[in-house]
Design a protein around this ligand. Structure first.
Ligand code: ADP
Length: 172
């Protein structure tokens, strides 16, 4: 089973992947590290202080691999069987990211990306043959989130409807 765990930074990809990896005995590939180590990038973006992932090189790395968890911002571009989109309330993302040494600008950029559902939209528009599961991590523990993914792997439908913009309009 090939699993991609994607979502805005701070949604819990790394934490949940580690738990799931133990449950399934699958290796985890953290894309931010992998891309650097295997040079799966096209260039370095000075302004953003990050590597620009070369999607073709990324796909090439995973070609032929069967059982794995790939976690990271661009993991949903890898051909997989299951894509897990992790979500969290924008305010929760802000709280989680404040604890990192991110600039205020980078924190707010990610809060906004989650608010509009940037990654989720990318996944829903182009998931190919993969099944898609969406989980709201806001009021769950990482163990509960990993448990839900386990249930999805057994065939249960796991899908939280998330629309932070609508919540704002509703005053919640
Ligand atoms: P990402 O890899 O998406 O940037 P991390 O796993 O590095 O996210 O960080 C998420 C942070 O949020 C961790 O400090 C984690 O303990 C915390 N957290 C709180 N609740 C959850 C949850 N339900 N699922 C995942 N992470 C959670």
């Amino acid at each position: 089973m090939r699993i991609a765990i994607t979502g805005t930074p701070g949604t819990g990809k790394t934490t949940v992947s580690r738990i799931l990896s133990k449950k399934l005995s699958y290796p985890v590939y953290s894309l931010s590290e992998l891309v650097k180590r295997e040079k799966l990038y096209s260039e370095f973006d000075e302004r953003r202080n990050s590597y620009v992932v070369d999607i073709e090189k990324l796909k090439g790395f995973f070609k032929g691999k069967e059982n794995f968890i790939a976690e990271g911002l661009v993991s949903h571009y890898i051909p997989v069987d299951l894509i897990v989109v992790l979500r969290a309330k924008p305010e929760t993302i802000r709280e989680r990211l404040k604890e990192r040494n991110y600039s205020k600008e980078k924190v707010e950029e990610n809060v906004e990306a989650e608010r509009i559902g940037f990654i989720a939209t990318e996944v829903f528009e182009g998931s190919g043959k993969a099944r898609v599961v969406q989980i709201d991590t806001t009021r769950r523990t990482p163990e509960e989130v990993a448990g839900l993914i386990g249930r999805a792997l057994k065939g249960e439908e796991v899908f939280d409807d998330v629309d932070w913009l609508e919540d704002e309009e509703g005053g919640n």
